[in-house]
Design a protein around this ligand. Structure first.
Ligand code: NAI
Ligand code: CS2
Length: 487
């Protein structure tokens, strides 16, 4: 196959107008690509990016530095239609996490200086849902978390994303500077509001006046972000090598990309519209649609597929019964809970999602989607199921999903193969399975009683609890394919 023509990066500008927290795969394949396309089209160099990791992936930071802060993105419409880009908008990469010697904050002062600089007008984040240290059900700051306790004790040596934001904003306020705009690009409902909540609540533990200044002066617009960007595998690097790209910092992704952003940037922003970014007054309908239909389906596929020993989205979506279940979930359970502007065809959106999941060139591992379920499922399934229960409607697909999630967190699939459970609550899950594993009714009740994950109002609906229990028993006795046949 002919190697696609490389779209080379625009000339380096040396200017930094944006700091990004969470230098991961999605940032490199989504926000940075929009900014690269914007710079190439406009020649405007003022929106270069300083990208930082706060916790892990120091190797990526050092790798980017070694490569002159340039890397490649391969956008696959399918295995035969690929767009290959070189990205150069990252002007600086920093690491403020724990290094190999166990010392924290190698570049923390440099990162804080960059965030406090008058040139920095936007701070964006992709630190995963757990990086905000919020209670997934209530949205309150988890002040009992050791990392937050540390930031409260030592506010000028912050280790968390909220802590860095508070300290940088405090420095700007003390210097008489305007704040920056804070734009979360994580899969959280009302992500701007939740980020604001984390930052203001943390600031209140430091200085009430600072908290009040942040609450009144800092913009936290919401955004809906969408591009499927799987974690890289050896096979992905091999495919890139066959296209002539040898780059340890490269990412692969689908061709589809979408960004819907609340237009609230008092300190200015790039002209993102020119790159197809939708600047709107209210992101919520788009965000809820995407979280419940795309991400809710992803999680349903992840837990049922993992229990059946399926490895990737592509394999799972080619299972007719799983595909039918996902479509049924989207059309019968998710779509009816959505209030969309005129002209949005949710049936067509559902079918477009199933097509995207069937992209034969992405090896999107179900284990990656299954991680952090305690932080994801409230917005993907539980808020919609609560609305439906309150309206007297059942949610059998979500009940099956919850049953699969409970069983998944035992750390062994239905064929007896073990795997690590990657979730902030992994230890709690292990204790619950240890205590109630032989009593499905007690186990389901214990999971639904976790009110930091499951809204207590939902757990109070006996019909929902019973549906989860029946699904759990059917799964563990009959297996996934048997359950899908009878779904
Ligand atoms: P990744 O694993 O490549 O990167 C995760 C980033 O989050 C890393 O920089 C890591 O250091 C940081 N992180 C993790 N826990 C943290 C914590 N407690 N505090 C501070 N930083 C922390 O994952 P990827 O693909 O970049 O996804 C990151 C987030 O982007 C997702 O959680 C989601 O919210 C959002 N997203 C991802 C999409 C995808 O398909 N990968 C698509 C749409 C949104
Ligand atoms: C996935 C998302 O890992 C997951 O939880 O559901 O990262 C998904 O790929 C993106 O939200 C797609 O935009």
């Amino acid at each position: 196959m002919m190697a696609p023509k490389l779209i080379e990066a625009s000339p380096r500008s040396g200017q930094i107008g944006i700091v990004h927290l969470g230098l991961g795969a999605f940032h490199r394949a989504h926000q940075a690509v929009y900014l690269e396309r914007y710079r190439q089209r406009s020649g405007d160099g003022e929106w270069g990016v300083c990208s930082a990791n706060l916790r892990s992936s120091v190797g990526l930071v050092d790798g980017l530095r070694a490569a002159g802060h340039r890397y490649h993105v391969a956008e696959y419409a399918d295995s035969k239609n690929i767009t290959l880009r070189e990205i150069g908008v990252i002007e600086e990469a920093l690491f403020s996490g724990r290094d190999a010697d166990g010392h924290w904050s190698r570049d923390r002062e440099a990162l804080l200086a960059r965030m406090a600089s008058v040139d920095t007008r936007i701070v964006t984040l992709t630190v995963t849902e757990k990086g905000y240290f919020l209670n997934p059900a209530s949205g309150e700051l988890r002040v009992d978390d050791p990392m937050i306790i540390g930031d409260i004790a030592s506010p000028q040596q912050p280790r968390t994303a909220p802590g860095l934001l508070v300290e940088a904003l405090a420095q700007r306020r003390d210097a008489g500077l305007a704040p920056f705009t804070v734009l979360s690009c994580d899969n959280m409902p009302d992500n701007g509001k939740r980020t604001r909540q984390a930052v203001v609540q943390l600031a209140e533990h430091r200085d009430a006046e600072l908290a009040s200044w942040i609450a009144s002066e800092v913009a936290f617009p919401c955004s809906m972000v969408d591009r499927i960007v799987p974690a890289m595998t050896d096979a992905d690097f091999e495919r890139l090598a066959s296209l002539g790209v040898t780059d340890p910092n490269a990412v692969v992704c689908e061709a589809f990309t979408q960004w819907v952003v609340e237009d609230n940037f008092p300190q200015g922003r790039p002209n993102w519209e020119a790159e197809g970014v939708e600047m709107v007054a209210d992101v919520a309908p788009f965000e809820t649609m995407k979280l419940r239909m795309l991400n809710g389906s992803h999680s349903l596929l992840a837990y049922l597929g993992a229990l059946a020993g399926i490895e990737t989205v592509y394999e799972g979506i080619n299972n007719a019964e799983l595909r039918a279940l996902l479509r049924r979930y989207m059309i019968e359970e998710a779509a009816p809970t959505l209030e969309m502007p005129e002209g949005i065809d949710l049936d067509a959106y559902a079918d477009s999602l199933l097509e995207r999941f069937a992209n034969d060139s992405l090896r999107h591992r179900l284990q990656q989607i299954a991680m952090d379920g305690s932080q994801k499922l409230p917005q993907r399934w539980l808020s919609g199921a609560l609305e439906r229960s309150t309206a007297g409607q059942s949610s059998p697909c979500v009940a099956l999903g919850i049953a699969a999630w409970i069983r998944y967190t035992a750390g062994q699939d239905l064929q007896g193969n073990s795997y690590p459970v990657d979730d902030p609550l992994t230890k709690r899950f292990a204790e619950l399975h240890q205590r109630h594993g032989s009593d499905p009714s007690a186990l389901v009740a214990a999971y639904l009683a976790m009110d930091d994950v499951v809204p207590s109002e939902l757990a109070a609906y006996k019909g929902f609890v019973q549906a989860v229990l029946v699904a759990y028993q059917a799964l563990t006795l009959g297996g996934v394919s048997e359950v899908l046949k009878n779904a």
